[in-house]
Write a protein that binds this ligand. Structure first.
Ligand SMILES: [Zn+2]
Length: 113
């Protein structure tokens, strides 16, 4: 499951943050998932429930926000609207997904003992 490796990477990052702040537990994990990412929020939620056992996230609330994908030109970085996402009208270079892919850790609430 694609989502499991994404969640594992997310948990690794969260654990590292919690460690860096000497937190005893993670209270809230807030992530953004791009609508073009191919990542299913429901699967992320179930993967999170499975993977978090024994981590500082064991009691954490997972908040998932959906974000619209943003496309941009690879050459000039001009942001592209949804209708023109294949090629940049300014320089003709192909567009790529600038954000909205995969999953982004937006915010953490930590419990510090
Ligand atoms: Zn361009």
């Amino acid at each position: 499951m694609h989502e499991m490796s994404i969640v594992q990477a997310l948990l690794d990052r969260v654990e590292a943050e919690a460690e860096a702040h000497a937190a005893s537990a993670v209270v809230v994990v807030r992530v953004a998932i791009g609508t073009q990412s191919g990542v299913e929020p429901d699967l992320v939620r179930s993967a999170f429930d499975l993977a978090r056992a024994g981590t500082r996230c064991a009691e954490a609330e997972l908040v998932i926000r959906s974000v619209e994908a943003v496309w941009a030109c690879v050459a000039c970085a001009r942001p592209l609207a949804a209708g023109e996402r294949l090629r940049c009208p300014r320089c003709g270079a192909p567009a790529r997904l600038a954000s909205g892919d995969e999953i982004l850790l937006e915010r953490l609430e930590l419990e510090v003992a």
